[in-house]
Design a protein around this ligand. Structure first.
Ligand code: TXA
Ligand code: MG
Length: 314
């Protein structure tokens, strides 16, 4: 396969992408968090094509994207707590892991055989238009090669999946910049599986329940694997300045060659994180150093990604 075509995410682009998806081919698509590699969640062959393009180990299940609550409820069972979270945060960057509905119209490969399913109702107009145009739920992992840096721009997708997919819809840079928060909802218990821009405090306020955010050590999400989001170079955290050969990624007053947010704003840092990691990875430098990010609010989600980007590779 040649390099992916990048086309504008306008009406014609969405129609072309929908046609490919209905034929079983995955397409790179913007969402409000990161770009997704979207395919038909109802077709086992289409889901297999997503795994193949990403090079993802097949035991790692995918998020199913829905356009409305009726579609969500055809796939998953909603407890009253799940409904409350949906009311508070959907459409938006929250993924809920719920028990599957009886006869859910999704391929078993989507959930890698688990009895649960991860469901998200995105707010991005392009992703929503694509679900409408195909008339089916879309399975969409982040649109990067497995274990590598996530994509927040169409050209990141094209580079990471070069030769593996045919088409990327260009909707510009994504707004949030890091993947959705993932919470498992079971028996009126909430467990945080991946931190994101919907914080523990927000989940607790909306649900009235305490959220268990202790890492219990079992790998339930690949984002929970120690090495993930990894650049091709070594990464050093909490850096105050650059050692020889390092590309320093700054934050606040630590300037660096690129700065996540000169004013020290965590939302801006999240939105620019993966783009700047891609820049550092493409640079001449032989290693990457990153300034300290405060471990509060959205900083928790940013540091979660950075810790894994810096972890020893398998
Ligand atoms: O923001 C996002 O969530 C992006 C956009 C494209 O929607 N998607 C994304 O997908 O980050 P992915 O595949 O890179 O991460 C999905 C995570 C994985 O860590 C996976 O293991 C977890 O969701 N997951 C999916 N189904 C699950 C399930 N039934 N139980 C536990 N974890 C699950
Ligand atoms: Mg991912």
């Amino acid at each position: 396969m040649t390099a992916p075509r990048i086309i504008p995410a306008d009406k014609a682009g969405i129609a072309e992408a929908a046609a490919l998806i209905v034929q079983g081919q995955p397409v790179g698509v913007p969402s409000e968090t990161v770009y997704g590699l979207a395919g038909d969640a109802t077709s086992g062959d289409a889901v297999a094509a997503i795994y193949a393009a990403k090079g993802r180990p097949s035991f790692n299940p995918l998020i199913v994207h829905v356009v409305d609550l009726a579609m969500a409820e055809s796939i998953a069972q909603f407890s009253s707590i799940a409904r409350r979270l949906a009311d508070a945060f959907w459409p938006g960057p929250l993924t809920m892991v719920l028990p599957q509905a009886a006869d859910a119209p999704i391929a078993s490969l989507v959930t890698a055989g688990l009895p649960t399913v991860a469901v998200r109702m995105p707010s991005h107009p392009v992703m929503r238009a694509l679900i409408d145009a195909t008339g089916r739920p879309l399975a969409a992992p982040s649109a990067n090669a497995s274990g590598a840096i996530s994509a927040t721009r169409a050209d990141h997708v094209a580079r990471s999946l070069d030769g593996r997919i045919a088409l990327v819809l260009d909707g510009g840079p994504t707004e949030v910049g890091i993947e959705s928060t993932i919470v498992a909802v079971a028996d009126n218990r909430l467990r945080l599986l991946r931190p994101g821009s919907i914080t523990v405090e927000m989940l607790e306020a909306a649900s009235g329940l305490a959220v268990d955010s202790t890492d219990n050590g079992t790998i339930e999400a690949p984002g929970q694997m120690l090495s993930h989001y990894a650049p091709s170079k070594p990464v050093r955290l909490d850096a105050g300045n650059a050692a020889p050969g390092e590309f320093l990624i700054g934050f606040g007053t630590v300037e660096g060659e690129a700065n996540l947010s000169p004013s020290g704003a965590l939302t801006e840092a999240a939105a620019r994180l993966f783009d700047i990691l891609h820049q550092a990875d493409q640079s001449e430098a032989s290693a990457i150093a990153i300034a300290r990010i405060p471990d509060t609010g959205l900083g928790l989600a940013i540091n979660d990604r950075l810790k894994r980007a810096a972890a020893p590779r398998p």
